[in-house]
Design a binder for this molecule. Structure first.
Ligand code: GTP
Ligand code: MG
Length: 131
């Protein structure tokens, strides 16, 4: 998911280009604006964290671009492409190193397991859109 800071800064195209050049196939993609409530549902795993409220405000502050991506070893490979959560710790050349503004407004989300990738795909896309 390309997050509101990166979409708002006009970096959607540059980020999609990096994703495709890294060998990911885009299976589904759209642009949408999460409500605060839906943002909270997406990041429900973090609801006890001190930054949860700010995270929901940020994630509903503008449009996002969710995608379903396909590649061999996709989860690990994508997290390598996006870099560390904190852009100051992200490797040079990673998406967060190039485009993130802060540890919160960090340009992009990547699923952290195959199981969560499926849950998150179903959060954003109906089966009809996926096939
Ligand atoms: P995602 O791919 O978005 O899930 O990021 P991640 O897996 O690298 O990090 P994590 O799941 O731990 O955190 C989810 C999101 O919460 C991050 O991407 C940030 O947008 C935000 N976040 C994480 N840690 C902090 C923090 O310490 N402060 C603030 N303000 N936001 C944070
Ligand atoms: Mg995460």
């Amino acid at each position: 998911m390309i997050k509101p800071d990166a979409v708002g800064a006009g970096n959607t195209g540059a980020i999609i280009k990096m994703i495709e050049e890294a060998g990911f196939r885009i299976i589904a993609m759209k642009k949408m604006h999460l409500t605060r409530e839906r943002a909270g549902q997406f990041y429900a795993i973090h609801k006890e964290r001190p930054f949860f409220n700010d995270l929901c405000t940020y994630m509903s502050s503008g449009p996002i671009v969710p995608m379903i991506l396909e590649k061999e070893n996709a989860v690990e490979s994508f997290r390598k492409l996006i870099g560390a959560t904190d852009p100051q710790k992200a490797e040079p050349g990673t998406i967060r190193n190039l485009f993130a503004k802060s540890i919160e407004a960090n340009a992009i989300h990547g699923s952290d397991s195959d199981a969560n990738a499926e849950i998150e795909s179903n959060f954003f896309f109906s089966k009809l859109e996926q096939f």
